[in-house]
Design a protein around this ligand. Structure first.
Ligand code: AP5
Ligand code: MG
Length: 203
């Protein structure tokens, strides 16, 4: 099972991904974390990435595509990935479909965490004091939210058409959200198992 988790900055994508990974034995592929690792390496690419992240814009599709391809082609992660923060624009969504198809995989579930800008500002400011993320301040948080609205939210239409989209109220407590997400995953896993049994029975 491959899952995409969408949502504005601070919506809880990372928090819920970690829960899903543990419960369903999946692998979290967070492009934000991969990019921050590249920055920590202090490479030339890292400094290019940091200048983009620190103004709340999107890193180029080529850079991100190079980072994720290695995971999609790796058998250890096959059909057990949760994409956290990827795809973030239509081009990335099409590239992901292309890569998954090439390696005989697909997306099974798309989760969207809905959260208001007010809640986002509060959560990001709270996190600022716990983790030192260069893009966690009020001004850049608003810019990241605008980037999300302009580039990422339109991608949801793409997944709505293929009936994969599940919207979850991200204003609830962490546990309430986890419970709702588990319900969605269990339901879809149940259907998949029925379909597999039916196919087995007719062939
Ligand atoms: P990325 O790292 O993906 O950041 P983001 O999308 O801005 O989201 P965050 O990681 O800030 O929030 P989250 O939704 O994971 O929430 P979390 O669980 O941490 O991307 C960073 C940058 O990298 C981008 O701006 C872009 O420049 C670049 N980038 C990344 N991917 C890219 C791509 N594909 N293409 C191009 N560029 C890319 O929760 C937030 C806080 O709230 C935490 O403190 C948490 O404890 C708390 N919290 C969580 N849930 C709840 C709850 N229900 N109630 C109360 N508190 C909660
Ligand atoms: Mg995150």
């Amino acid at each position: 099972m491959n899952i995409i988790i969408f949502g504005p900055p601070g919506a809880g994508k990372g928090t819920q991904s970690k829960f899903i990974v543990k419960k369903y034995n999946l692998y979290q592929l967070s492009t934000g974390e991969l990019l921050r690792k590249e920055i920590a390496n202090k490479s030339k690419l890292g400094s290019e990435i940091s200048s983009i992240i620190n103004v709340g814009e999107l890193v180029s599709d080529d850079i991100v595509s190079n980072l994720i391809e290695g995971f999609i082609t790796d058998d250890n992660f096959k059909n057990r990935m949760i994409f956290d923060g990827y795809p973030r624009n239509l081009n990335q969504a099409k590239n992901l479909d292309f890569l998954l198809k090439k390696y005989n995989q697909k997306i099974d579930i798309v989760l969207k965490l809905s959260v208001s800008l007010e809640t986002i500002k509060k959560r990001i400011l709270e996190r600022q004091s716990q983790e030192q993320r260069a893009d966690d301040n009020q001004e850049i948080a608003i810019k990241r939210y605008k980037t999300y609205e302009e580039s990422t939210e339109p991608v949801l239409e793409y997944y709505k058409k293929s009936n994969l989209l599940n919207v979850v109220n991200g204003e609830q407590t962490i546990d309430e959200i986890s419970k709702e997400i588990s319900g969605i995953i269990d339901r879809i896993k149940g259907w998949q198992s029925i379909i597999r049994q039916y196919k087995y029975a007719v062939t």
